[in-house]
Design a protein around this ligand. Structure first.
Ligand SMILES: [Zn+2]
Ligand SMILES: [Zn+2]
Length: 103
């Protein structure tokens, strides 16, 4: 009765583990592991690895950056617009001397 010492599959407790996942280090049976780039990887880690390869998150970051850039350009345009307006208005106010309190 030394069967308790044997490693069991993480997904199938009733099955004996034959391989160790190189990514998460858990024990798995023959059905649950797949060879991925010469390493034994479980189906769970394989899904995460393949998902990372596709770069689903990068797409979202790019979209957010695009919105930020558009907002930044709009803000920059507004700042330049108001600076331009102030520069146009400034000479007349300067000559009248109203902004300096009249002296
Ligand atoms: Zn794994
Ligand atoms: Zn299994």
């Amino acid at each position: 009765m030394g069967s308790l010492a044997a490693n069991r599959c993480f997904n199938h407790p009733d099955r004996e583990a034959v391989a160790l996942c190189s990514s998460c280090g858990r024990h798995y049976c023959r059905e649950c592991v797949t060879e991925h780039h010469g390493r034994m990887t479980c189906s769970h880690c394989l899904r995460q690895l393949s998902g990372r390869d596709k770069g689903g998150k990068n797409r979202l970051i790019l979209a957010v950056r695009g919105v930020e850039m558009a907002a930044g350009l709009t803000l920059l345009w507004l700042i330049l617009y108001y600076i331009g307006r102030v520069l146009i208005l400034l000479p007349s106010s300067f000559h009248e001397g109203t902004i300096w309190g009249g002296g």
